[in-house]
Design a protein around this ligand. Sequence first.
Ligand code: A3P
Length: 273
Amino acid sequence: MLVPHRNFNLINEIRDSDIFAVTYPKSGTIWMQQILTPIEAKGDVTPNTEHLNAQRVPWIELIGSEKEFNATPSTRLWVTHLQYKFMPLAVRQKRGKVIYVARNPKDVLVSYYHFHKYAAMLEMPKDFNDFFEKFMEGKVFGNCWFEHIKTWYANRDNMNFLYITYEEMIKDLRSMVERMCRFLGKDLTEEQMASVVEHSTLRTMKQNPQANYKTVPDSLLDHKGTFMRKGMHVTPWTIGDWKNHFTVAQSERFDSVFQEKMRDLPLSFTWDI
Ligand code: A3P
């Protein structure tokens, strides 16, 4: 079982150099794990091939103890699905840097549905409709998508905060890596930048067992599925796989909930290409 959301508020040893990639599940977490390491290593991709993504850029919610958290040497790279209110207070007082990656939530829902079918630690959904209802009610690991993005984004001025979307990364990965580097204060040469981008493409990541979690035991992930679902079951680089899953009624209901819950946020998404 995944560890439920523990309260990390009390961790106060946040360093200015700490980097947090924040995502709701299925929004580009492992993609960020893949990108951040070679940015930090000035284009060196060796660690990406030698160590599992989760070892190089761990989930803070899966760290065993505060002692372990504090003992990790700088520069510490983290990912997290935590809701804003569970983050260490210091992060919410401008310590460290936060990159929030959002993905259009209809594709998140579809990706998460498929993930539930092969992730042993998650409950198998009865069918797509069953999962659709659970997602809309926020009764999934990671809780409510709407709550996640709303609270993180509404509190962006409390943090050193960069907001990007999965779809922007799909459309122009190089520009987004450059934007991340500017935000993180990392000055990469042309060659180093090219290396980061090349090793972060879906094609490269699918061939890298450390990136696609091939080394994780079958008891946790049924390897008939894959973190890199795209390219196996749908055309690579597609945005809008939800159209292959949602009924018209589900889509309309989703749109109306989206408009209601997101009305105060100046955020828009690419729903298909
Ligand atoms: P799909 O299931 O739609 O294919 P997370 O890492 O947060 O669990 O997100 C997984 C999703 O990100 C999967 O979406 C996966 O294919 C996609 N993804 C991971 N790396 C990617 C990359 N380099 N390019 C495009 N999509 C990527």
